[in-house]
Design a protein around this ligand. Sequence first.
Ligand SMILES: *[C@@H]1O[C@H](CO)[C@@H](O)[C@H](O)[C@H]1NC(C)=O
Ligand SMILES: *[C@@H]1O[C@H](CO)[C@@H](O)[C@H](O)[C@H]1NC(C)=O
Ligand SMILES: *[C@@H]1O[C@H](CO)[C@@H](O)[C@H](O)[C@H]1NC(C)=O
Ligand SMILES: *[C@@H]1O[C@H](CO)[C@@H](O)[C@H](O)[C@H]1NC(C)=O
Ligand SMILES: *[C@@H]1O[C@H](CO)[C@@H](O)[C@H](O)[C@H]1NC(C)=O
Ligand SMILES: *[C@@H]1O[C@H](CO)[C@@H](O)[C@H](O)[C@H]1NC(C)=O
Ligand SMILES: *[C@@H]1O[C@H](CO)[C@@H](O)[C@H](O)[C@H]1NC(C)=O
Ligand SMILES: *[C@@H]1O[C@H](CO)[C@@H](O)[C@H](O)[C@H]1NC(C)=O
Ligand SMILES: *[C@@H]1O[C@H](CO)[C@@H](O)[C@H](O)[C@H]1NC(C)=O
Length: 741
Amino acid sequence: MPEMLKLILLLLLISFVNVVYSDTKDIIVSYNGYYSTKFRQNLLTKTFIAEIQARPIEFSDFDLVKIESGNFENFTRAISKIKVILKISEDKTHFRNLNEFKKGLLRPNKSSSKHYLDIRQIADLIRADRLWMKGFMGEGIDIAVFDTGITRRRTFFKNVKSIYDFTNEGNSADLIGHGTFVAGLIASSRRRCSGIAPKSNLHIYKVFTNQQLSTTSWFLDAFNMALQSKIHIINLSIGGPDFTDEPFMSKVHEITSNGIIIISAIGNDGPVFGTLNNPADQGDVIGVGGINLEEKIAKFSSRGMTTWELPEGYGRIKPDIVTYGSQIFGPSLYGGCRSLSGTSVAAPVITGAVAILLSSIPEERRRNPAMIKQVLAEGAKKLETNASMFEQGSGKLDLPASFYYLQKYLPKISFFPSYIDYLECPYMWPYCSQPIYADALPTIFNITIFNGYGIGGEIINEPIFEPFEDDNGAFLDVHLEYSQKIWPWSGYLAVFIKIKPEASNFNGTSSAQIRLKVKTTNKIHETIFKFRVKIIPTPLKSQRILWDQFRQMRYPPGYFARDNLEQKNSPLDWNADHPHTNFKDLYEHLRENGYFIEISGYPLTCTNLSSYSMIFIVDPEEEYFPAEIKAIQKAVKNNNLNVIAFADWFNSTLIKKIQFMDDNTGKLWFPETGGCNIPALNSLLNVFGFAFGDVILNGKFEFGESIINFSSGSTLIKAPKNAKLGMAKLNDIVSLFFFCN
Ligand SMILES: *[C@@H]1O[C@H](CO)[C@@H](O)[C@H](O)[C@H]1NC(C)=O
Ligand SMILES: *[C@@H]1O[C@H](CO)[C@@H](O)[C@H](O)[C@H]1NC(C)=O
Ligand SMILES: *[C@@H]1O[C@H](CO)[C@@H](O)[C@H](O)[C@H]1NC(C)=O
Ligand SMILES: *[C@@H]1O[C@H](CO)[C@@H](O)[C@H](O)[C@H]1NC(C)=O
Ligand SMILES: *[C@@H]1O[C@H](CO)[C@@H](O)[C@H](O)[C@H]1NC(C)=O
Ligand SMILES: *[C@@H]1O[C@H](CO)[C@@H](O)[C@H](O)[C@H]1NC(C)=O
Ligand SMILES: *[C@@H]1O[C@H](CO)[C@@H](O)[C@H](O)[C@H]1NC(C)=O
Ligand SMILES: *[C@@H]1O[C@H](CO)[C@@H](O)[C@H](O)[C@H]1NC(C)=O
Ligand SMILES: *[C@@H]1O[C@H](CO)[C@@H](O)[C@H](O)[C@H]1NC(C)=O
C-alpha cells in the first residue's frame, strides 16, 4: 500500500484549470419561455449589437451570441435590464473520447466474432424474445438518438422518422460509426446485429461532429426539437464530469418534466469509484452501467457515489441499473457487424428494453420517467458476483420481470435504495463495511425518492422517525434533511445517524423506520423507509481516524491536473477525493487493519479532536482557519493526536508550464491555482516546524519490506531537530517539463 507511506512525506497535488483566453465569447442567453426568432432578434438587437447565431427551431428559449471579451461587462449590464431574459452562461464545448472507436473503422473481424454477443444472444440473455413473441417490439415509440448522425447507407434502418443535424458540419452523415452503431442496437434490421426494439421509430439528432465535439447550445437545440416532436425516449450520448453546466442541467430537468425518459451511460471511467458521468448521475435520468459476459461489473463501468453533495453531505447511489455492455455486435459503417464495449453500448440496450416496455402500455401512460425507473428497479436482479450498490445500482436488467411489474403498476412513492441494511454485505458497501458507535460523527444515507404519481410532489409535515423498540431502536439519534419539493419526479431524504451515549458498550443491531407524507395533486400518500444498522462498542481512541473532507474542493467546475505528472495521456483529473471513492483502497486497507474512519465535512473546530488518534489530511485545497490550526495544535500537544498529511506536488513555475492548447476547442487551458494548496498546508505544518517544498521528485525506494513508487511528490524542506526522517535518492522531474513551447 504505497499511499500509507507516501502520506508521511508527500503531498498529492492537483491543480485546476479553467477555460480562458479567446477574444470572443459564445454566450447562451436563456429566456423565460419560448419566443419566435423575430421577437428574440428584435429584443437583442435593440439592446446590444452582437452577432446572433440562427437557431434551427423557430421558437426557442435561448439564443447564442458572440461577443468580444472586452464587451462582456457592457453586454451583461444591457441584458440585465431585459425582463424575459433569465440568465446568461458561457457555451461549453464537450469532447467525447471514443478510444475504442478508432479501431472501429476497420471491417468486421469474422474470425473473432464468436467472442461477441450478437443481438439474438442479448435478446436471450435479457429475455427480450419473450416480449417480442407477445408482439411488443417498440412499435409506436419515438426514440431520439443524440449522437454522430447516421450512415448514408440506410437500407437496414427501416424506421428512421427524422434526421437533424445540429452541429456546424452541415450534414447528418456519420463518418465515425458511433451513431450508426448505437442506433442499430436499438432498431436496425441487419441480420446478426438487428435492434432490440426493431419496430421503434428512430429520430437521428446529430449533436457530435465527426471529431467528437459538441457544444451546450447544440444539445439545447436538439432537446427543444425532442420536446416539439413529442419524443418518448432520449438516449443521451454525452457523459462527462461536469455537473455545473447550468443551462444543460436545467434543460435535462425540463425534458424529463415533460415526461420524456432520458437514458444515459454512467461512463467508462471505472474501475475507480466516484467516476460517475453527468447527466447519468441525475435523479430524473436513468444511468446505465455495464456488465460483461461473466455477469460481473465491467472494469470500465463508472461507479458511485455521486460527488457533488460533498463535503457536508453524502453522495447518492448510481448507476440505476446495469446490463450487458461488453463486446456487443452492432452495425458497422461498411455493411456487416462490428463489436463494441462500453457503457455506451449498455445504454442503448436499456433504451431498447424501455421502448419494448412502453410499447406494451397505452400512449397516455407512457410519459412517466419515475414509473419506468420504479419498474426497472423492481424487476432488476442483484448480481451474484459481490458488487456493491454503488457499482450495480438495483442490479441487472430483467426485462420480463419489469414488464410484469409494469402491467400491474399502480402509482407509488419509492426509495432508492429501497432500504439500508448493515447485515447485507457487500451489496450495502460501504455502510456494511464499518459498524457505527456512540461518539462517532454522523453516518449519512442520502436516499433518492421517486414519485410515480406525477412530475411534482411535496413532502408535507416533518417526516416521522419511528425506532423499533424490539430491535434497540432507542439507541438511534436521527436527524433528517429532505427536499420539500419532489421535482421533477425525484427528490431526496438524507438520514443522519448517531448512536446515543448510553449505547457506548452495546454490540448488536438497531433498526427504525421513517414515515413520510407526500402530497401530489391534492392527494396525500404515506410511505415508509426502513433501515437497520450494526452498532459496536465505541472503539479505542487508538483505532479511530478522523478524515478531513472539508478541505476538499468540489470538482469540477474546473479541471484538475493529475496527481501523477507522468500520466501524460490524461492530464486532467476530476475525481473527488473521498475514502469511499478514489481512496477506497486506502479505506479498505485501514479497515482491514482494525481502524475506524470517520469523515468530517465541517471545520475541524466542530469536532472533538481528542477522540481520535489520527487526523488524515488528504490533498487539501482549502485554507485552514486560524482557530482550526489552534485546535489541532492543542490536540497534538494535550491529546496525542497524530497529524498525517497526504499530498503531492506544487511548483508555481510548473503550473504555468503545463497549460496546454486544446486543439479541439482552440482554447488554452491552464491550472488556475496550485491545486493541492501546499502553501495553505504549510501554514498548518509550520506550527509543528515542518514544511514542504516545491521541487518535484520521482523514483523508487525501500520502506520496510516494500518498494515504494514515489510518483510526483514534494520534498520536505523543514523539520524540527528531533524529527525522524527517511531519506531517499530521487529524481527532479520538473526539468522534464521545462522545454517545448
Ligand atoms: C461600455 O460602456 C461604456 C459606457 O456606456 C462605454 O464608455 C464603453 O466604451 C463601453 N465599452 C465597450 C468596450 O464598448
Ligand atoms: C481477428 O480476431 C482474432 C481473434 O480475436 C485475432 O487473432 C486476429 O488478429 C483478428 N484479425 C484482425 C485482422 O484484426
Ligand atoms: C442529498 O442529495 C441531494 C441531491 O443531490 C443534495 O441536494 C443534498 O445536499 C444531499 N444531502 C446530503 C445530506 O448529503
Ligand atoms: C446512448 O447514450 C450513451 C451515452 O450516454 C452513448 O454513448 C450512446 O451512443 C447512446 N446511444 C444512442 C443510441 O444514442
Ligand atoms: C468482491 O470480490 C473480489 C474478489 O473475490 C474482491 O477483490 C473484491 O474486493 C470484493 N468486493 C467487495 C465489495 O467485497
Ligand atoms: C459483537 O458480537 C459479535 C457476535 O454477535 C462478536 O463476534 C463480536 O466480537 C462482538 N464485538 C465486541 C466488540 O464485543
Ligand atoms: C472530547 O472527547 C474526550 C475523549 O473522548 C472526552 O473526555 C471529552 O469530554 C470530550 N469533550 C467534549 C467537549 O465533548
Ligand atoms: C520548481 O521546480 C524547479 C525544478 O526543480 C526549481 O528549480 C524551482 O525552484 C521550483 N520552484 C519554482 C517556484 O519554480
Ligand atoms: C511500481 O512501478 C513498477 C514499474 O515501474 C510496477 O511494476 C509496480 O507494480 C509498481 N508498484 C506499485 C505498488 O504500484
